[in-house]
Ligand binder design. Structure first.
Ligand code: ADP
Ligand code: MG
Length: 386
């Protein structure tokens, strides 16, 4: 097993020819339930995972920022006086975008020094585990410390989202950054995206003999384009048509009335969001009252809703979910923004190896590429490591 911190420090030394002053990491996340509800100001229940992105950083004595990543040959460079979000592109937009967004949230960018940074990651890219939030949050905490900004974690989450929305151009919600910054060992983060308040909800998986298996379909998605933005636009339009600030205003009791005012496709999009919000609330209540073994039906229902109402699943994810459900999983659903990425299965620990073999077999039978599978455990949020 490689050591992410050692490799990141070594990458910094190789690239910039000196030692970094510090090293920070931020985790990817798995969303237990609550998909496409964040930008509708609803409820989400993600948890931070053990896979992390690291940034090693050292200040410079001029106003230049240089960033490199183990994933790219390019050393991207910008001057702090020339930060314009519309001019950023490629992977470095996630880093420079955070620098710019910190300025929008109160940092005095005219008064800070430049820096060199090297980034490495164990979070698979584009797999729906939010490598994007991991890189944003690692950079955000690194600069918050280095520049002594004293921004709190909720603000840093908003900074990451702002960067992703306006510098990268992906209209994503604040769920991923919240999980990456507020996550705690063994627990999920229950976030109300309207009030911005969050609660830590212990999952007690180990005590219940349960594991969460991630099945990465290998189908890659792009949030800046295509389906995700399209779904978000449908939700915004539905809220406008119904004369409400966001779909969060609706409950299931409002759906019959909405049906008379929306076209059938938009109604299904709305129904997903409304029922998914309720499933998040139900999941939190069950975790607290009965334990994780009781939430399987909610995971299954969430997948059906994404498959048939929100239409963001793909055949590989449906196959992973169905195979999991019929091979010992308590519940399963695709997770993340959809159109590819990963599914999760909640599974008794003794059934994990059987389930993995069943999924391998099913994918081979359907002529799909072998999925990457791994267990995830709820982990702590972004920290300074050294
Ligand atoms: P996801 O968040 O599901 O992994 P996204 O499309 O939202 O997928 O974000 C992936 C993008 O984030 C990559 O294409 C790249 O531009 C950027 N990125 C994430 N991690 C890194 C990294 N370690 N180095 C460079 N770029 C990264
Ligand atoms: Mg992402």
């Amino acid at each position: 097993m490689r050591d992410l911190r050692d490799d990141t420090r070594a990458g910094f030394l190789d690239t910039f020819g000196r030692e970094p002053v510090g090293l920070w990491t931020a985790p990817g996340r798995v969303n237990l339930i609550g998909e496409h509800t964040d930008y509708n100001l609803g409820f989400v229940l993600p948890f931070a995972i053990g896979l992390r992105t690291a940034v090693a950083l050292d200040p410079r004595d001029d106003r230049v920022v240089r960033v490199a990543s183990a994933l790219s040959e390019e050393v991207a460079e910008i001057h702090l006086d020339d930060l314009h979000p519309e001019m950023l592109s490629g992977w470095s937009a996630y880093v420079f975008g955070v620098v710019w967004a910190l300025g929008e949230f109160g940092a005095d960018l005219a008064a800070v020094p430049g820096f060199d940074a090297f980034i490495d990651s164990d979070v698979p890219i584009g797999a729906g585990l939010s490598s994007s939030a991991a890189i944003e949050c690692a950079v955000a905490v690194a600069l918050n410390d280095s520049w002594q900004l004293r921004l709190d974690r909720r603000t840093l989450a908003a900074v990451g989202q702002f960067a992703e929305n306006h510098a990268v151009g992906a209209p994503t919600g604040v769920m991923d950054q919240t999980a990456s910054l507020l996550g705690e060992h063994g627990a999920a983060v229950f976030l109300d995206c309207r009030s911005g308040t969050s609660e830590i909800v212990p999952m007690h998986l180990a005590e219940a003999g349960l594991e969460i298996l991630v099945i990465d379909s290998g189908v890659s998605h792009e949030h800046a384009t295509g389906g995700y933005a399209d779904r978000r636009a449908s939700c915004d339009l539905a809220a406008q048509t119904l004369g409400i600030a966001s779909l969060r205003e609706l409950t299931e009791a409002d759906l019959p009335d909405a049906a008379t005012r929306l076209d059938p496709v938009t109604l299904r999009r709305v129904r997903h969001v409304v029922t998914e919000n309720q499933r998040v609330l139900d999941t939190v209540a069950l975790l607290r009252q009965e334990g994780a073994a009781a939430i399987g039906d909610l995971l299954d229902a969430s997948h059906r809703s994404m498959r048939f109402d929100f239409e963001i699943s793909v055949p590989e994810l449906d196959l992973a979910v169905e195979t999991a459900q019929s091979n010992g999983a308590i519940g399963a659903r695709m997770t993340g923004g959809g159109f590819g990425g990963a599914a999760i299965a909640l599974v008794p620990d003794h059934a994990v190896s059987h389930l993995r073999a069943a999924i391998d077999g099913a994918f081979a039978e359907h002529g799909f590429g072998q999925p990457d599978m791994f267990l995830v455990h709820a982990s702590h949020g972004a920290i300074r490591e050294e």
